[in-house]
Ligand binder design. Structure first.
Ligand code: SAH
Ligand code: SF4
Ligand code: F3S
Length: 440
């Protein structure tokens, strides 16, 4: 029996995408049916991100668009979940009259009962309390996922680092790990359903296990997951450089299913700025770890996040970021203009950098990195890369997938491979954002 339709819009990181999968699963279990647009939905859920101002603004414009829909269909239930909900809490309900509920990161498993309550009592609900045992952490979404080939699996969530610029510790709460038996059980279940790859998620996977107090840690978890038969690839994100050590590098070198890719956000090349950010490492300490990784795993791909225009960032500091990019030579980076966030230490620091300077710096970063990424992609021409096929492009019938180093490969030729196949592909062309290859 249909209990109505639902529509979910998701912003933010992989953790948020995965939370949306879990919430979609819960709504389906309630008998609701997913629809591709909000117009036909009885429940509209916006899963939000507040990492930068721009991300937060998207929420308000998405909510604005719902107002006329709700007028037309007064029974429509509107929910804001995720990091903006957690940050703004009841304020959001006050500010947005047509909003029925805010659901924080620790409350997503409550979504079905919240919807039932709104339906029954028409209350407006603020469900944003932090809890010491996050139920949704234990909610897996087996059988769901962005593709039938791979799935996300949460290993921990939250962050206790409080980098000066970052809202995540406020929106996700302190680090909380899932028991390893639970993670292993989930991954086994996914493999039994035909998944070939999992991406383990956590705001700082290196902190995995610390709060469990039973001696378990991330490298140990990886060892156990690597033994699961039928699991071809394991990825993980994100690893904090200060906690990244030899044991994880060793695991990456030794465990066959662990992919040769690590996302290791540097943020800045200036020690002064790193210190002000509270990152807990110097550039020299960071690069020593990168060198160790490259020595142990010669083909490793390294990616990072960078922030330009942190308060007080001088031309000299910024030059150091540029020279770090030239020296480290990342495969790819994600770079952002610093955005002051409510409640963080950096919000009220003196010497905020004007937006024009931030924009000009970001442009310089892009120019350097685009050249380096293209260099890597061109250098892989002629090389044979194990590729996991993830899907087939509509229209052209071209299969696409990813290398172990997380690069996108589009196959030349139509329907020459099927999703889930793990095949050798000879790279024939390196482009700016992807590779072209042919099956060998
Ligand atoms: N847990 C991860 C990062 C999660 S947030 C880590 O510590 O590495 C993803 C990225 O967003 C960060 O790495 C940072 O580069 C960027 N970011 C976070 N807060 C920001 C802010 N206030 N302004 C600009 N970029 C920010
Ligand atoms: Fe944010 Fe720092 Fe935690 Fe990453 S480690 S989520 S940047 S506070
Ligand atoms: Fe955004 Fe929250 Fe992820 S702020 S980046 S959705 S943890």
């Amino acid at each position: 029996m249909s209990n109505g339709n639902f529509y979910i819009e998701t912003y933010g990181c992989q953790m948020n995408e995965h939370d949306s999968e879990k919430m979609a699963a819960a709504l389906k279990r309630m008998g609701l049916t997913p629809v591709p647009t909000p117009e036909a939905a009885d429940v509209v859920l916006i899963n939000t991100c507040s990492i930068r101002e721009k991300a937060e603004h998207k929420v308000y414009s998405a909510l604005g668009k719902l107002k006329p829909l709700k007028k037309k269909n007064p029974l429509m239930i509107t929910v804001v979940a995720g990091c903006v909900a957690q940050q703004r809490r009841a304020d959001l309900l006050k500010k947005v009259g047509h909003l029925d509920a805010v659901v924080g990161a620790h409350q997503i498993s409550e979504l079905p009962s919240i919807i039932r309550r709104v339906r029954k009592t028409k209350e407006r609900i603020d469900a944003t309390q932090f809890t010491s045992r996050v139920e949704s952490l234990h909610l897996n979404a087996p059988g769901l996922g962005p593709s039938r080939v791979w799935s996300y699996v949460t290993v921990m969530q939250g962050c206790s680092n409080f980098c000066a610029y970052c809202v995540v510790p406020f929106t996700r709460g302190p680090e909380q790990s899932r028991p390893s038996e639970e993670v292993i059980r989930d991954v086994r279940g996914l493999v039994n359903k035909g998944r070939r790859e999992v991406t383990l998620l956590g705001q700082n996977v290196n902190a995995y296990g610390r709060d469990l107090g039973n001696g378990t840690n991330f490298p140990r978890l990886l060892q156990e997951l690597d033994r699961i038969e039928g699991l071809a690839r394991i990825r993980f994100t994100t690893s904090h450089p200060k906690d990244f050590g030899t044991d994880l590098a060793r695991a990456m070198a030794d465990l066959p299913s662990l992919c040769e890719h690590i996302h290791l956000p540097l943020q800045s090349g200036s020690d002064r700025v790193l210190k002000a950010m509270g990152r807990g490492y110097t550039l020299a300490e960071y690069t020593a770890k990168v060198e160790m990784l490259r020595q142990m795993i010669p083909k490793v791909a390294i990616t990072a996040d960078m922030i330009v225009g942190f308060p007080g960032e001088s031309d000299e500091d910024f030059e150091q970021t540029l020279s770090a990019l030239e020296r480290i030579r990342y495969d790819q980076i994600f770079s952002f203009k610093f955005s002051p966030r409510a409640g963080t230490r950096a919000q009220n620091l003196p010497d905020q950098i004007p937006d024009e300077i931030k924009a000009a710096r970001l442009k310089q970063v892009h120019a350097i990195q685009d050249r380096i990424t293209l260099d890597y992609h061109r250098a892989s021409e002629g090389v044979i890369e194990e590729t996991l096929i993830e899907g087939i492009k509509e229209g052209s019938g071209q299969p696409y997938g990813r290398t172990r180093t997380n690069k996108i490969v589009n196959l030349d030729g139509s329907n020459c491979a099927a999703p889930g196949e793990l095949i050798p592909v000879k790279i024939t062309k390196g482009l700016k954002h992807s590779l072209v290859g042919e099956r060998v």
